[in-house]
Design a protein around this ligand. Structure first.
Ligand SMILES: CC(C)(COP(=O)(O)OP(=O)(O)OC[C@H]1O[C@@H](n2cnc3c(N)ncnc32)[C@H](O)[C@@H]1OP(=O)(O)O)[C@@H](O)C(=O)NCCC(=O)NCCS
Length: 162
């Protein structure tokens, strides 16, 4: 059974494990430990029983939420789990006062782009050579109607899964 809850300091190792499986320049356990007590950060973890299988996070500044990272353990990808995870992150950010959310994504990351578009994000530009590991561009995406999204989706999504 999959469940979701906010990040706790003791989750740092589990989240860092998922991060290492997911990104070429991963954040460390200490980075996530710090994020758990960062007042500007908002993170949601996905658990299967007690094991962390995914997480998503953002930094909130006034009305804007900047997604830092979202990832699932490799065995849990491609099963539609990204959508409820991202939805919960959007809901949590909106509860903290965010009205807009932004993120960067690699043009080669088709599942992620599809996920974000399906949740109402739109591509508004490109950051040239953004990713340091391979010089790939980033697509810059925004969701500008977080409150409307929350009104429509959050209570239903919270009840729909698990
Ligand atoms: C990105 C990620 C969170 C998506 O979560 P997921 O649960 O695996 O995604 P899903 O299986 O729901 O797929 C998302 C969408 O992409 C589609 N998709 C999957 N593979 C695809 C492909 N190769 N090409 C095009 N679309 C694809 C799915 O059909 C789905 O669309 P739908 O909801 O309209 O059917 C997950 O794959 C992951 O952790 N990736 C590694 C880390 C990462 O890239 N994070 C994002 C950084 S910006």
């Amino acid at each position: 059974m999959i469940s979701f809850r906010p990040l706790r300091a003791e989750d740092a190792e589990g989240v860092a494990r998922v991060e290492r499986e997911s990104f070429p320049t991963p954040w460390s356990r200490e980075d996530f430990w710090r994020e758990a007590s960062n007042d500007f950060a908002c993170y949601i973890v996905a658990l299967e029983d007690e094991e962390i299988v995914g997480f998503g996070g953002c930094w909130i500044s006034f009305e804007e939420a900047q997604v830092t990272n979202i990832a699932l353990a490799s065995l849990h990808r491609g099963r539609g789990l990204g959508k409820p995870l991202m939805t919960r992150l959007m809901c949590a950010a909106a509860e903290r006062g965010a009205e807009r959310m932004t993120l960067e994504v690699r043009p080669s990351n088709a599942p992620a782009i599809r996920l974000y578009e399906g949740l109402g994000f739109a591509a508004i530009g490109v950051r040239r050579k953004y990713y340091q590991d391979n010089g790939e561009d980033a697509i810059l995406m925004w969701h500008t109607k977080l409150k409307e999204f929350v009104d429509e989706r959050c209570s239903a999504e919270t009840d729909a899964r698990d």
